[in-house]
Design a protein around this ligand. Structure first.
Ligand SMILES: Cc1cc2nc3c(=O)[nH]c(=O)nc-3n(C[C@H](O)[C@H](O)[C@H](O)COP(=O)(O)OP(=O)(O)OC[C@H]3O[C@@H](n4cnc5c(N)ncnc54)[C@H](O)[C@@H]3O)c2cc1C
Length: 396
């Protein structure tokens, strides 16, 4: 791709400066725009790529939409881990005609949990109603594909939704530098895969103000330590269970010990005891020997951070192409909260307006306005997450 009209090398700030715009619009371009002729390419048929596809098609501004997905359809619809949509995400997607009552899953306090493969299959079926959309399975987006789409006529929007390790944004010219923001908390996670169990959607369990007796490790905790206590969350489906422990940043002796002493048996015991004490009643407890052989876990507490891609949207005037990163390709925690899909859904809340804006944008000013609108929204989602994310997902 050719020259970039830079969004900014830093996360958006009001003072961000845009580069020189050199676009020239022919009469043909103006006529084409009046017919809303916007082509959309999406890289990645994960939950965010597919949700974006539905949102884009519903704007009525898209003439053709193509999704590149490197995996096979069968592999995707069989993905068995659970995703949980919080109330905000459910309301937003319902307003975009995603019918959760027709998706197999379970409801718990306004959250909807389902197998990721079930959600993907539902959207694949919905996409069939749109004759102008195609999913290319088993097709990796790489530099050759980038050249192919470069030759598409008319205005193009490429959405990179290829997950946290995705390379498409970089191939397309987005700077892949990310900024790490501290969430003011420490955490540790554990995972247990129980192959003998079926994939049954299971509500999460949260507990708060937990403390651990680490006197065997020479650490004593008194009431005067100002120790806020740990929050615990058990989530995932019956087959893939996750345990997350988090605590607001503090200097208590217990936190210091768990941050600095690398003792796998200490962490394993904490996770094992937490799970067996607070698990859903109907599920089996984990034995010491099972935990020893099958439990994967963080060996100590680490700082919880949000990684924010600095450049998530750009416009290339020589090929009239917008590139936009969404989902975990744009932002992600280094900590599993069990509500990981929701930051990405929040990012999508500005997608339809952005598409409306770019499908009619003619001038340098209107294109810049669209870029600023999208950048501001992504930045506000990140700021909200840094400020309230842990509270919402773990501490309340
Ligand atoms: C084991 C596990 C457990 C999880 N548990 C939960 C949970 O309990 N609750 C919850 O809310 N969330 C959970 N999540 C997180 C949730 O799945 C993610 O937040 C969500 O999948 C992110 O969606 P995405 O579409 O941004 O990325 P992804 O789901 O990663 O999708 C990216 C897609 O892009 C494709 N792709 C990548 N590169 C290319 C390329 N070059 N060309 C073509 N295709 C490409 C990939 O094959 C993939 O299908 C879990 C995730 C994992 C891995």
């Amino acid at each position: 791709m050719g020259s970039l009209v830079p969004s900014s090398t830093e996360p958006f700030s009001d003072g961000a400066v845009f580069g020189i715009f050199t676009g020239w619009k022919s009469i043909y371009e103006k006529i084409r725009r009046s017919f809303n002729d916007l082509n959309v390419v999406i890289v990645g048929a994960g939950p965010i790529g597919l949700s974006s596809a539905i949102l884009a098609l519903q704007t009525g501004r898209v003439s053709k939409l193509v999704i590149f997905e490197e995996r096979q359809r069968k592999e995707l619809v069989n993905l068995s881990y659970q995703i949980s949509f919080d109330e905000n995400s459910v309301n937003f997607l319902q307003s975009s005609k995603i019918d959760f009552d027709n998706i197999e899953g379970c409801w718990h306090e306004g959250c909807f949990s389902t197998r990721v493969g079930v959600y993907l299959e539902y959207i694949f079926d919905r996409l069939q109603a749109y004759r102008n959309s195609t999913v290319l399975f088993n097709t990796k987006f790489d530099r050759d594909k980038c050249k192919e789409i470069d030759n598409l006529p008319g205005r193009l929007l490429v959405l990179t939704c290829d997950g946290r390790n995705g390379q498409a944004g970089r191939i397309l010219g987005l700077n892949d530098f990310s900024q790490q923001h501290s969430c003011g908390a420490y955490g540790a996670i554990a995972a247990v895969d129980r192959t003998e169990q079926r994939d049954v959607p299971t509500p999460e369990k949260r507990m708060h103000n937990l403390t651990f007796d680490l006197s065997a490790y020479g650490t004593y905790c008194t009431d005067n330590d100002g120790f806020p206590g740990f929050s615990l969350k058990i989530f995932g489906n019956s087959k893939h269970r996750f345990i997350s422990l988090a605590i607001a940043r503090c200097d208590s002796p217990v936190v210091k010990t768990l941050r600095t002493i690398l003792d796998r048996s200490m962490m394993r015991n904490i996770f094992l005891k937490c799970f067996n004490q607070y698990k859903v009643e109907s599920e089996p407890a984990i034995s010491d020997s099972y935990a020893l052989h099958h439990m994967k876990f963080s060996p100590r507490l680490f700082e919880i951070k949000l990684s924010q891609r600095c450049e998530t949207v750009a416009y290339f005037d020589d090929c009239d192409t917008f590139v936009l990163a969404e989902g975990e390709a744009a932002m992600s925690f280094n900590f599993h909260t069990g509500l990981d899909i929701n930051p990405a859904i929040r990012g999508l809340m500005s997608l339809s307006t952005f598409i409306e804006m770019i499908s009619i944008a003619e001038t340098e000013h209107s294109i810049t306005e669209a870029l600023i609108y999208k950048m501001k929204h992504t930045d506000s989602v990140c700021k909200e997450l840094i400020k309230h994310g842990m509270k919402e997902y773990m501490f309340s």
